[in-house]
Design a protein. Structure first.
Length: 406
């Protein structure tokens, strides 16, 4: 039996990789893979056959690679698979570089290693991000060389690297190979699967349940934090409401940390000062799983007005199965290819362009339905079962390849 040690946050931990990894582990265990799920201390045990949950990982402790290495030495998995953000709050350091120590230790123990990169940063993006940090901004000129060294260490610590993409032969992989000069045969792709939608509530009933009768909701869903571009949607709604008074910008989700609370206060203040309170509603709280379908079933369109994107959009793939058109900022290397090219794109940060795209959809029901059908079809094909099959194929490559670029 193949034994895989999987390092990742797991529910209810607040990280994008948590639900992704739990779904993947369930599918792998159903295929006879033994999984050692290494997660944070708050992780719930996964009740699946062949799965052992080990809540022993604390990314805030710089010594965690040695603790996890000891666990690996005792259990001797065939493969160490890290679901990698990289997020400093989860994986340690500035860009998760502490995790690189664990990968190198595993290689020294003779354990094959692979990582799934859920956020794939390019040097220019790293420089721009470092400029936003008050203390580190002085060293922005060093950010790109540092990150290239970081990627070289990642190369040394892995047999394979799996890029979380939106399709095979993606623009992301091509750019990644150009930037980091890693052997093409060890750089694999794992298109982001879609979450199954078991039942979609009736839109009229969903709106009634949420108190949205007579409105056309435009949904922004998920954690409220900077970088998601929600302020662009707030600005756009003024123009949309001029033509469609029944429209409502519905912002649903809890703020992320203290800065998220400040950001939420800024959004509320702007909406009030602009006289938009009638057209904007904040459900700024945790939305229980059982109520999530109501929000998506009620929506006329889903908005993803991101300022930046360094990974395949989890929300876009999670909710494509509802068949609700998605309007997204044209950022990063994913959006144009995502979900079979079915996203409606607008220029990043351009509230007028976003307003025009919304108005076009509101006034063209035939296009709305066609986009919804395309999204549903994509979700039916790109399943978690497909992702597990591809992951097993990648494990076979991982077991075969020797290591880093020479």
């Amino acid at each position: 039996m193949l034994t895989v040690a999987m390092v990742s946050p797991l529910p209810p931990e607040r990280a994008g990789e948590a639900e992704y990894t739990a779904s993947l582990i369930r599918e792998l265990s159903a295929r006879g893979v033994r999984v050692l799920a290494i997660a944070g201390k708050s992780a719930r045990p996964l009740n699946s056959p062949n799965v052992t949950t080990a809540p022993i990982w604390d990314g805030r402790q710089l010594t965690y690679p040695f603790r996890l290495a000891s666990f690996l030495r005792r259990n001797r998995p065939h493969i160490l698979h890290v679901q990698f953000g990289p997020d400093r709050q989860v994986y340690g350091g500035f860009f998760g570089e502490v995790m690189l120590i664990l990968l190198l230790l595993a290689r020294l123990m003779g354990i094959k290693t692979t990582v799934t990169l859920h956020s794939t940063w390019m040097p220019a993006q790293v420089v721009e991000r470092v400029k936003t940090y008050s203390l580190l901004s002085k060293f922005a000129v060093l950010a790109a060389p540092f990150f290239r060294l970081y990627m070289r260490l990642l190369d040394w610590g892995t047999n394979t690297i799996q890029l979380s993409t939106v399709r095979f032969n993606s623009a992301l992989r091509q750019r990644f190979l150009r930037e980091y000069k890693i052997r093409p045969e060890k750089v694999l792709e794992i298109p982001h699967p879609c979450r199954p939608v078991k039942s979609k509530p009736n839109p009229v009933e969903a709106r009634r349940e949420l108190g949205l009768e007579g409105r056309e909701p435009l949904l922004v869903f998920g954690f409220i934090r900077r970088g998601k571009g929600i302020e662009v949607a707030v600005k756009a709604i003024a123009e949309v409401a001029r033509h469609h008074p029944s429209v409502l910008l519905l912002i649903a989700g809890s703020p992320w940390g203290q800065d998220g609370k400040k950001y939420l206060a800024e959004l509320r203040r702007h909406a009030h000062q602009a006289g938009l309170s009638r057209w904007i509603r904040f459900d700024a709280e945790f939305i229980p799983d059982e109520r999530v379908p109501l929000y998506f079933a009620s929506a006329t369109a889903i908005l993803l007005p991101y300022e930046e994107s360094v990974g395949a959009s989890g929300p876009a793939h999670h909710y494509a199965g509802y068949g609700v058109p998605i309007i997204a900022a044209d950022v990063g290397l994913h959006m144009r290819e995502a979900l079979g090219g079915s996203l409606v794109l607008f220029r990043r940060g351009d509230a007028n362009d976003l307003a025009n795209k919304i108005l076009n959809l509101l006034e063209d029901s035939e296009t709305r339905y066609a986009i919804g059908d395309a999204l549903r079809h994509h979700a039916e094909v790109e399943t978690w079962a497909m992702a597990a099959s591809r992951t097993l194929a990648h494990y076979r490559v991982t077991m075969r390849l020797q290591g880093a670029t020479q």
